[in-house]
Design a protein around this ligand. Structure first.
Ligand code: MLT
Length: 377
């Protein structure tokens, strides 16, 4: 018989968000603010571009097969322009989540990793599966205002705006991160999936706004939350040409090797949508989700809440054990959040609420939360 990858023993049997889906399925009238899934339709300009591409695929002249391994050049050029990078540093993918997993292959399992605690579970789960021995946790707490004390590791996963707390790091804090990585010869894997939600002008949307970041950072991002592509699937990674391993060799050619070996590129229909999305204003969608944040924040006003201002997540302090608070809230009000400790030990006491749900769901949740938190209700 074939042996199982022993690293599975290091994981919870179910991925956190799958657990949430399973719990939601057991309740009839659950108001689901758990997984950050978008609810607004994709802008028409974007769906029309995908429709045209789909129609073209049914014609002899318009048919295209495998694309360029790294992705549609027009899309890469548009992204390159946005980030002030070159198109050959951009790798189009089926989403930031898959990229986080694939990027691990660059470094193997003999590197230490540091991760914000709490964190999007994919960083730790993929590292454990990869067989990483050393995971250094960087607590993000009320005491340090959700920006962690940095600790030495080969790879530093850093998400800003941060999932799950919603905290966006300032320019000074990201400068500190880049300087730290330079000093300790670390590589930062920077997740900017929520950058479009930033309102604070002091919080950069990309790590490359920090001088010298291209010597130490890879950035991953996606169209999921900005344009409602959670189902379409389209993201990108930026691997700067000057980024080097410890022995001075370049990282970029290796990522090209991985991208073209493990992957045949994102769907050409999705990429046509991406080209249109890059030329479409996403601010009406973002404004709608911000109003959802306002409604939820109002309902949670009895609680300490971080996030919401620069991200579609509210991280609210309920005290006690997150899983117990989560269950009590669910039993008594039917509102499904995510226990903060599901994202890491430092999330204990918190619940995460997503503001990406439909407005009617948000309003219903706000009514229920209001009642749940009110002593007279
Ligand atoms: C979340 O709920 O944290 C995210 O939406 C899940 C994801 O992007 O994979």
């Amino acid at each position: 018989m074939v042996k199982r990858n022993h690293n599975f023993e290091r994981l919870e049997p179910n991925y956190l968000f799958k657990r949430m889906l399973d719990i939601a399925a057991k309740y009839k009238s659950v108001v689901d603010l758990s997984i950050g899934d978008t609810s607004l339709p994709i802008p028409q300009e974007v769906t029309e571009a995908m429709e045209r591409k789909a129609q073209a695929l049914g014609t002899l002249e318009g048919y295209t097969g495998y694309g360029m391994g790294q992705g549609n050049l027009e899309l890469r050029e548009l992204l390159a322009q946005k980030y002030g990078r070159s198109a050959d540093e951009i790798f189009i993918s089926d989403g930031a989540k898959s990229d986080v997993g694939r990027l691990q292959l660059l470094f193997g399992n003999q590197v230490s990793i540091a991760v914000q605690d709490p964190a999007y579970p994919v960083y730790v789960d993929t590292s454990l599966l990869m067989g990483q021995k050393e995971i250094v946790y960087l607590p993000c707490t009320r005491e340090n205002n959700f920006f962690p004390e940095l600790k030495k590791a080969d790879l530093i996963y850093f998400c800003s705006p941060h999932n799950p707390t919603g905290y966006a790091a300032t320019r000074d804090q990201l400068t500190e991160l880049v300087e730290f990585a330079k000093k300790h010869n670390s590589i930062i894997i920077y997740d900017s999936a929520y950058a479009a939600f930033i309102q604070n002008p002091d919080c950069p949307g990309s790590i490359y706004e920090i001088p010298g970041a291209d010597e130490v950072a890879i950035e991953v991002s996606s169209f999921s939350k900005t344009f409602g592509f959670t189902g379409v699937r389209l993201g990108w990674s930026i691997v700067p040409k000057q980024l080097k391993y410890a022995d001075g060799r370049l990282v970029h050619p290796d990522y090209l090797r991985i991208a073209t070996t493990f992957f045949n590129g994102a769907s050409n229909i999705a990429q046509a949508g991406g080209v249109a999305a890059m030329q479409t204003d996403c601010s009406p969608l973002i404004a709608h989700y911000r109003e959802n944040v306002r409604i939820l924040r109002e309902a949670l006003k009895e609680r300490f809440v971080v996030g919401g201002g620069d991200a579609p997540y509210l991280f609210a302090y309920f005290g006690g054990n997150s899983w117990q608070e989560f269950e009590t809230l669910l039993e008594r009000s039917g509102v499904l959040a995510i226990p903060g400790s599901g994202f890491g030990r430092s999330g204990e006491g918190f619940l995460r609420f997503s503001a990406l749900a439909k407005r009617s769901t948000i309003e219903e949740a706000a009514n229920r939360l209001h009642c749940y938190l009110s002593p007279t209700c």
